[in-house]
Ligand binder design. Structure first.
Ligand SMILES: Cc1cc2nc3c(=O)[nH]c(=O)nc-3n(C[C@H](O)[C@H](O)[C@H](O)COP(=O)(O)OP(=O)(O)OC[C@H]3O[C@@H](n4cnc5c(N)ncnc54)[C@H](O)[C@@H]3O)c2cc1C
Length: 387
């Protein structure tokens, strides 16, 4: 594939140029050096909390915190291409990576199927950053087989009584609220007895226990519920119909996000270090990663800009390709920096504050597990070929 075809997506029209000028002017003024530092040092799915909060606030004040939301609810009205250009400019300038479950998934879900009272209560606090939302879906026996979840909720008049435990809950220790799947009925088809609840993390009976990742980061947690009272008005959709709400939420997650900006960040770091290893093999490896990323960017834009809704198969394809590319870039960064630098860098892999490349490499291992493992996405793609 020629270089020209590969870089097509970034070829600017006059409209793009005006848009980019506006974005760059804003980033130049809003991204202070400490925010850039926090963004640059991020290895996991979000930057450290103070930087997340500060960056969220600045985007909110500019009216750019929720680009994919309908304009009536605070969206920007940008096209998919503009959203992607914006993401890439943020990546290029090391903007912090937001903790944005509320913006990316729950907000759009409430706009689509929440009650008027839920929209009124929750959307403003998602937009201005007062509420950070975590996702309580997975349990020890329910990951890929999510419908097997057992955290139970019994309806007792005006509230549900929730007991059970969630695991791998990203950001439960910093979130103010959780959107959660609970079992309200045992039925032959397990999907039919699941309900979608919104839970205030301050409610008595909730315990959050840290789980430390192999990268040494505290990003996710176990969350235990013991007789937690959740008002009935916090239910999204009908009782026992939470599976449909969860599927809709995943659809929003698929269509509102781009991932190529995240990959660009890591490739840029790799490029900064490529001089450490000038062997032909290393140069060939980096060029190949650059080609693959450009191809991925073209594919991502094409899918997000299509007029029809992004399908589950397309989403699985994007997730799997992005994950594998992410891991390959992180592995190349690790090899070029840690190993080209020699013994001291290698030894520091076990030190308490390992270098960025090592933390990044380790953190990226999780990418083929969260948001569905590569194997489950491949199953989904394979099934679609058989249909
Ligand atoms: C960093 C990180 C953050 C996360 N954040 C959250 C969060 O915020 N909220 C949340 O709810 N969850 C979260 N998760 C959980 C994540 O969604 C689950 O880990 C994931 O769905 C896999 O489930 P599991 O860990 O139970 O593995 P399992 O489902 O037990 O899978 C184990 C292995 O078996 C394979 N496997 C399973 N079934 C099949 C099959 N049918 N065919 C082929 N292979 C199969 C899997 O691919 C995997 O390799 C997070 C996970 C990670 C790693």
């Amino acid at each position: 594939m020629s270089q020209a075809v590969l870089s097509d997506w970034k070829r600017c029209s006059e409209d793009d140029t005006a848009f980019l000028t506006e974005v760059r002017a804003f980033l130049g003024q809003a991204l202070t050096s400490d925010l850039r530092e926090a963004g640059r040092d991020t290895v996991g799915v979000h930057s450290e909390l103070p930087a997340c909060r500060a960056w969220h606030q600045r985007l909110f004040e500019r009216g750019w915190i929720a680009p994919a939301w309908p304009v009536a609810y605070g969206g920007t009205g940008w096209t998919a291409r503009q959203r992607m250009l914006f993401e890439h400019e943020c990546a290029e300038n090391d903007a912090p990576i937001l903790f944005a479950g509320g913006i990316r998934t729950l907000g759009p879900l409430l706009i689509a199927i929440g009650t008027a009272a839920q929209r009124q209560r929750y959307l403003p606090a998602i937009l201005d950053g007062r509420d950070l939302w975590c996702q309580g879906f997975s349990e020890t026996g329910a990951g890929s087989d999510l419908a097997a979840l057992q955290t139970r909720a019994a309806c007792q008049g005006d509230h549900y009584m929730v007991s059970g435990a969630k695991i791998w809950t990203t950001g439960a220790h910093i979130a103010t609220r959780m959107f959660c799947l609970v079992r309200t009925r045992h039925s032959p088809r397990p999907q039919d007895g699941i309900t979608f609840l919104l839970i205030d993390m301050e409610t008595p009976g909730i315990k959050v226990r840290p789980v430390i990742s192999i990268a040494g980061e505290h990003e996710f947690n176990e969350v235990v519920f013991t007789d937690v009272r959740v008002p009935v008005e916090n239910r999204v959709g009908e009782e026992n119909e939470g599976w449909s709400a969860a599927k809709l939420l995943m659809k929003f997650a698929r269509s509102n996000n781009t991932t190529s900006g995240l990959l660009r960040r890591v490739l840029r770091r790799l490029r900064e270090f490529e001089c450490l290893d000038s062997s032909n093999e290393s140069r060939r490896r980096i060029s190949e990663l650059e080609c693959k990323l450009r191809a991925f960017e073209g594919l991502e834009l094409r899918i997000l800009a299509q007029t029809s809704e992004i399908t589950a198969v397309q989403s699985s394809m994007l997730k799997t390709l992005a994950t594998e590319l992410h891991q390959k870039i992180a592995a190349a960064l690790f090899d070029v920096t840690a190993f080209a630098a020699g013994e001291p860098a290698r030894r520091s892999a076990s030190a308490s504050d390992p270098p960025f490349a090592i933390r990044k490499y380790l953190a990226t291992r999780a990418a083929s597990i969260y948001s569905g493992t590569n194997e489950t996405h491949r199953n989904l793609m394979a099934r679609s070929l058989c249909n």
